[in-house]
Design a protein around this ligand. Structure first.
Ligand code: SAH
Ligand code: SF4
Ligand code: F3S
Length: 439
């Protein structure tokens, strides 16, 4: 038998790409490829790309440029581009970067093995179709090998929201939910392999409405059914849209102990004028009232969000409204971005805010978020939290895990990856907590 071929995958962008990369590696595994962390020894390099902001998309081209010497050294090396840049730019990528052998959009990954074979035969292929059926149905079942104690599981893909700044509805297509039974059996399979925490993924995960054995299931129903799976100890989900935060999901946060008290709920802006221009279809007040209801169900809920500064037309007063909203919510964590005009989106037609103004606003906003994060983490000192251990830490005898609130926690213990224990937090460092096992 010939030596297995080696596949190097680099993943950009969101967690859904992380999940997709795993599934692509598994699909290629069935074709005799093993993954490698060393691009230099690969027979195939696959970039799983992100188109969300200009910088993310351009990074792909500079990385492709860096692969040129590898291709010169090994003319048999095959190079593939997957993900949202592949979807957005398609065959253009081959024109701009002739060293690329295949371009595969996010809904066509079941075609990857055939495209890799074509590449081996010297043929270049592009597939950016949006097939009707669930792409995951055509991928091989997940392998039986041991995995980490935490896993991602995509339950929903695509987006029908069309926020004025965003490429996702174009790169991932319309909203589609996977059938509930498939998710349940994939989850059971993961738990059998030792997974203790599953994060359900979707661009609009809380809009989930997959076919179940007794009619459509909501995300809340899916969470409640997953919570019955023995051995699955923690459930998370991301990313949610405020307008899809159903009463049943909010109630589940109060009633289902396996559902973790951390919610990523992007709002983008605190100004109603800008929210309207962004086509978000909710006001700042709607968002704040929603958080009140969530915190009424689960008082210790840690909130996370996404913000865009410098959206076209954003004034100082609009920005101040965003700062007010952040103060009102008090985020445990948040991501913030300078607006990036994306080709084909409605907002890209509008005059941009001067770069220096947007930069200054981003700095101001990030300073506030950093302070809220620091204070939230500091407030954990003295509290008892549950920690799911994931891997050994850097110090001898140390393990690193995540608290229910998703803080990294370092603990001296002989517990193993996958174990969960009560930990008393003793110290807050810039990006992690330290603590000791209780009892
Ligand atoms: N479906 C998710 C994720 C969208 S992308 C959601 O609705 O939140 C993740 C984040 O990237 C968005 O929440 C937004 O804050 C940011 N983003 C999207 N398009 C952007 C753009 N054109 N410029 C800057 N940031 C953007
Ligand atoms: Fe993009 Fe808006 Fe859809 Fe999120 S909800 S993916 S920001 S269009
Ligand atoms: Fe990026 Fe596509 Fe995810 S644009 S954020 S990889 S859905």
């Amino acid at each position: 038998m010939s030596a297995p071929k080696k596949l190097f995958i680099k993943t950009y962008g969101c967690q859904m790409n992380v999940y997709d990369s795993e599934r692509m590696a598994e699909a290629m595994g069935a074709e005799g490829y093993v993954t490698t962390d060393v691009a230099e020894e690969a027979d195939m390099v696959l970039l799983n790309t992100c188109h969300i902001r200009e910088k993310a998309a351009e990074k792909v081209y500079s990385d492709l440029g860096r692969l040129r010497p590898l291709k010169l050294a090994n003319p048999d090396l095959k190079i593939g581009v997957a993900g949202c840049v592949a979807q957005a730019e398609g065959a253009e990528i081959l024109k701009r970067m002739p060293l690329v052998d295949l371009v595969v959009g996010p809904q066509s990954y079941h075609r990857l093995p055939a495209m890799a074979k074509a590449a081996e035969a010297g043929e270049k292929t592009v597939d950016t179709d949006f097939p009707e059926e669930d792409k995951f149905d055509h991928l091989p079942d997940r392998p039986k090998a041991a995995v980490r104690p935490t896993a991602f599981l995509t339950v929903q893909e695509g987006c029908d929201k069309f926020c004025a700044f965003c490429v996702v509805p174009y790169t991932r297509g319309a909203e589609v939910s996977r059938p509930a039974e498939r998710i349940m059996s994939e989850a059971r399979g993961l738990v059998e392999k030792g997974v203790r925490e599953i994060t359900l993924l979707g661009q609009n995960v809380n809009a989930y409405h997959g076919a179940g054995p007794d009619g459509d299931w909501t995300l809340a129903r899916l969470v409640r059914e997953l919570a019955k799976v023995d051995g699955l100890e923690r459930i998370r989900y991301t990313t949610s849209h405020p307008n899809d935060m159903g009463d049943d999901l909010i109630a589940a946060h109060g009633e289902e102990p396996k559902l973790m008290p951390y919610l990523h709920l992007p709002v983008q802006s605190g100004s109603d004028r800008i929210l309207k221009a962004m086509n978000r279809k909710h006001t700042a007040e709607d968002y704040l009232r929603l958080i009140d209801r969530i915190r009424a169900a689960r008082p210790d809920m840690m909130m996370s969000g996404d913000f865009i500064v410098g959206f076209p037309g954003e004034t100082d007063a609009d920005f101040d409204a965003t700062m007010d909203l952040i103060r009102a919510v008090n985020y445990g964590m948040a991501y913030s971005f300078k607006y990036s005009a994306r080709p084909g989106t409605p907002a890209a037609e509008k005059a941009p805010v001067p770069a220096e103004v947007a930069d200054a606003r981003l700095q101001t906003l990030q300073a506030l978020i950093t302070e809220q994060q620091r204070a939230t983490q500091e407030a954990m000192v003295g509290r008892e939290v549950s920690v799911l251990f994931e891997k050994p830490g850097r110090l001898p005898g140390q393990m690193v895990g995540k608290s229910d609130y998703l803080h990294a926690a370092h603990v001296q213990t002989d517990l193993r990856p996958g174990d969960i224990a009560k930990v008393r937090i003793t110290k807050s460092a810039p990006n992690s907590l330290a603590g000791e096992i209780v009892g």
